[in-house]
Write a protein that binds this ligand. Structure first.
Ligand SMILES: [Zn+2]
Length: 246
């Protein structure tokens, strides 16, 4: 068995037997990996303080083709993002991010862009950046990477182009803007001001550098938070467990 190495973020851990851990991690080179870390709950030099959720680590593991679980050889901590545990709100936001990652990218689908986004979002949350802003950026980017980018160019019903002026509606079932002539603003089809549409267009673009320095006005945060929550829930097919806490 060939040993593989990759940077990875720990998404989930579960006790197994007397002293082992089952670990789910999203890795840079191999996507989502599930493996067993033997003896990790006893003091073990191979896993010193590294197998905690949200941690960025260097993982060494082996995979057998007929086995569901990889064998985790060792794990070195790069960054434990300790600030994530500073408040319940931040922790809930990080949990929501992990849940979206697991649903969008199940086992062995590699995506370096998503790995970098995950690393950026968890790092920014740990650095005490505004959690609502980070969650908006994460959701817009992650959905676009997963193939569910929001159509902001034209109305999903009449096809009229959106010129960046005036209020528009967001229709979660179409994953698209709808014009005010074709629909009515409701809690299931919320309205968006031009500033919100423009900001969303910017943050879901693949060209935008990942940064927490973007300025967001309060009304843009309120509108995009709601629209993206509906978008994620519609396309990922169920209410995410952690969404009620964010
Ligand atoms: Zn229309």
């Amino acid at each position: 068995m060939e040993s593989k190495k990759s940077e990875a973020i720990i998404l989930r851990t579960r006790d197994f037997g007397e002293s082992d851990l089952i670990v789910t991690a999203f890795s840079n080179h191999y996507g989502n990996i599930k493996g067993i870390a033997k003896g990790a709950r006893r003091s073990s030099k191979r896993f010193v303080n590294s197998l905690n959720i949200f941690s960025l680590v260097n993982l060494a593991f082996k995979e057998k083709s007929n086995r569901e679980l990889a064998w985790i050889d060792s794990c070195d901590l790069v960054d434990g993002y300790p600030g994530i545990r500073s408040s319940y709100t931040v922790l809930s936001n990080a949990s929501y991010i992990v849940e979206i990652t697991e649903i969008l990218f199940p086992a062995n689908i590699q995506n370096i862009e998503l790995f970098n986004l995950l690393k950026f979002a968890l790092g920014a949350l740990s650095d005490k950046q505004d959690p609502e802003k980070i969650l908006i950026i994460f959701q817009a980017q992650a959905m676009r990477i997963g193939g569910f980018g929001i159509n902001l160019s034209k109305c999903s019903i009449c096809g009229r182009s959106y010129k960046g002026k005036g209020r528009a509606l967001f229709d979660p079932s179409a994953g698209s803007l709808t014009c005010m002539s074709c629909g009515k603003e409701t809690s299931l089809m919320p309205g968006l001001n031009p500033d919100s549409v423009h900001f969303l267009e910017m943050i879901q673009s693949p060209e935008i550098p990942l940064t927490d320095k973007l300025n967001l006005k309060e009304d843009v945060i309120v509108e995009l938070k709601e629209a993206l929550r509906l978008h994620v829930e519609h396309h990922l097919g169920r209410r995410l467990k952690s969404s009620k806490y964010v």
